[in-house]
Design a protein around this ligand. Structure first.
Ligand code: ADP
Ligand code: MG
Length: 458
């Protein structure tokens, strides 16, 4: 038997069927490394890059242990942001299909406490939440964590970066001592290392090599003048003409400034940084993921952990000051099995950082000449985003939206892109060339009801 096959794990046939139905043919390296220990009840500290399948690495363990007939919170998963918590809850719900009635509840900031308290009174088996909001619930005594058997710290380094360390310590005090603790982190910063002893019992340490083989990602380095950095970004986009680019800046200020410079040149760019309102973050991520924005300009903290796939280009506008961060950035490029492209812009003052990267990746940087850049012209993104003022709470479902556009709107299936339904709003990606016409035809009607809707201006 293949050792990386899920069937090598002591899981029920129903659970294995569910895993197979998700299209997971074999374990990812981090899953193969973690799951035997997780299922054995051990604590662990695991390091692996984004997109390596960490959620199932702990999720399968959490669900396997869970008793759905016992109505108490049996597992707690802490995540740094609401969208990560939503992603984790979604993956857990998919994995939980084999069992009946596993209640998974997210508790995050940015929404009212009242309904959350109501949901808690109905009972939940697994809580996925952000440390700040969980602290608030504990303060109000609306959350009973005394039956928690598994604690998961997902993206622990980022929670520490965001100043959640004290909240996490407080939450841990509300948990039983005897429990399993699983800590996942992209990097392993000192704050966590220092406290690992008090958080975990004899943890197994797992690190899946973050280095990428050169065969998977083509890296091109260019020397530029520091003052002309933003112009160089425009030149790179016009030369490589990528449909989707994730551009990294080292600061929030630069992030915003570059986004404005790109927008001023007619390039559809959005900025993602730490302290955006949750609603704005949601909208930005939706628009980038549904292919109606060409460039997402982000800081590392804001972009880490996001489930963004299918990038044509990762652009290091500023060179990362940390070699592991560089490797995480470039690891996001590439679509499926296609080779990725990562471009790094380096001014004189950045050379020292490139040296560190070379040492870390154990291969020299490949330098290219700016003179190769041609002005091919970056096409507009293929889609445009429609916002509908109606969502889950209005009983609007993705199927209703597709139905409206394909029946009344006159579109065929592939002219309707990604659909994201939130509580009160929904977003739909529409093929740019037909968007206006279909909106006129639809005239705001979905399933016989009238909704306010408009295309989001760029
Ligand atoms: P991470 O938390 O490490 O960033 P995720 O848990 O979000 O990664 O998983 C990334 C993607 O890989 C998700 O879309 C998930 O559904 C998928 N995935 C996870 N495990 C497997 C597997 N064994 N085979 C195929 N796809 C998987
Ligand atoms: Mg994750």
């Amino acid at each position: 038997m293949n050792t990386s096959s899920f069937s090598a794990l002591p899981l029920s046939p129903a659970f294995l069927d569910t895993i197979a139905s998700l299209g997971y043919a074999s374990m990812t390296p981090i899953q193969a490394a973690c799951l035997p220990a997780v299922l054995d009840g051990r604590d662990l500290i695991a390091q692996a890059k984004t997109g390596s399948g960490k959620t199932a690495a702990f999720g399968i363990g959490v669900l396997n242990k869970l008793n759905p007939r016992f109505f108490a919170i049996q597992a707690l998963v802490l995540c740094p942001t609401r969208e990560l918590a939503d992603q984790v809850a979604k993956e857990l719900r998919r994995l939980a299909r084999f069992a009946d009635n596993v209640k998974i509840l997210t508790l995050c900031g940015g929404v009212a406490m009242g309904p959350q308290i109501g949901s808690l009174e109905h009972g939940a088996h697994i809580i996925v939440g952000t440390p700040g909001r969980l602290r608030d619930h504990l303060g109000r005594r609306t959350l009973d964590l005394s039956h928690v058997e598994t604690l998961v710290l997902d993206e622990a380094d980022r929670m520490v970066d965001m100043g959640f360390f004290e909240d996490i310590e407080n939450i841990m005090r509300a948990l039983p001592r005897k429990r399993q603790t699983l800590l996942f982190s992209a990097t392993y910063p000192d704050t966590i290392r220092q406290h690992a002893g008090t958080f975990l019992r004899n943890p197994l340490e797992i690190k899946i090599e973050a280095r990428h083989g050169n065969e998977k990602i083509e890296q091109r380095f260019y020397m530029i003048e520091a003052e002309a950095r933003n112009q160089a970004v425009i030149d790179v986009l016009n030369h490589f003409t990528p449909e989707s680019t994730l551009a990294f800046c080292n600061t929030k200020i630069h992030c915003r400034e570059l986004t404005e410079a790109l927008q001023a040149r007619g390039i559809s760019a959005l900025a993602l940084y730490g302290d955006l309102e949750q609603r704005d973050r949601d909208e930005i991520l939706v628009r980038f993921a549904n292919r109606s924005a060409s460039v997402l300009v982000a800081t590392d903290v804001a972009a880490r952990g996001l489930d963004i796939h299918s990038l044509d280009l990762v652009l290091n506008v500023d060179v990362a000051r940390d070699q592991e961060v560089h490797v995480h950035r470039i690891g996001r490029s590439g679509r499926g099995d296609e080779k990725g492209l990562a471009v790094t812009l380096c001014a004189d003052a950045d050379k020292k950082w490139v040296k560190l990267i070379e040492a870390y990746q154990e291969s020299p940087a490949h330098w290219y000449e700016r003179s190769e850049w041609r002005s091919n012209g970056l096409p507009k993104p293929p889609m445009v985003t429609l916002i509908i003022h109606g969502g889950r709470k209005d009983k609007l479902r993705p199927g209703d939206i597709v139905g409206a556009f394909t029946n009344d709107g006159g579109l065929n299936g592939d002219q309707v892109g990604k659909i994201n339904v939130f509580d009160h709003v929904s977003f739909v990606g529409l093929e740019r060339s037909v968007a206006n016409k279909t909106l006129l035809r639809l005239d705001g009607r979905i399933k016989g009801r009238q909704f306010k809707m408009r295309l989001i201006e760029e």
